[in-house]
Design a protein around this ligand. Structure first.
Ligand SMILES: [Zn+2]
Length: 129
């Protein structure tokens, strides 16, 4: 499943950030991700995978917030920027197909919250988490 590898990727990114920021790992309470409308991610499937794969790790019980980034394009002909509600790629103003995608393809971790009052988990213990 596509969403499972994305969930694993989210875990990896947050873990790396925790390591850089604190040198240790705290339980994660919440992760916010930006998912572009153009990406083929199914939010419900991603939530499911996040919860499943997060069991017995620092991500157990963490909330996943999915922020959908709209599909925004720039028309190279009439120079208009616009948001497309459907992925039909033509300019709504001049019907041109000469478009540049400005946003809507991204997939990244925006912010996350940790429980700093909890005991941190050491690098050794993390090896199998
Ligand atoms: Zn146009």
């Amino acid at each position: 499943m596509h969403e499972m590898s994305i969930a694993m990727n989210i875990f990896r990114i947050v873990r790396e950030k925790l390591k850089k920021m604190y040198g240790k790992y705290y339980p994660v309470k919440k992760v916010a991700v930006n998912i572009g409308k153009m990406s083929t991610v199914v939010p419900a499937a991603l939530e499911f995978c996040f919860e499943m794969a997060g069991k017995d790790t620092i991500f157990e019980g963490a909330e996943l917030e999915i922020v959908e980034i709209p599909l925004k394009i720039h028309c190279e002909d009439c120079k208009e920027d616009m948001i497309l509600d459907e992925p039909f790629f033509f300019c709504r103003k001049c019907d041109s197909f000469n478009l540049k995608i400005l946003s809507g393809k991204e997939m990244n971790v925006d912010t996350f919250e940790i429980d700093e009052t909890a005991d941190p988990i050491t690098e050794e213990a993390m090896a199998w988490k």
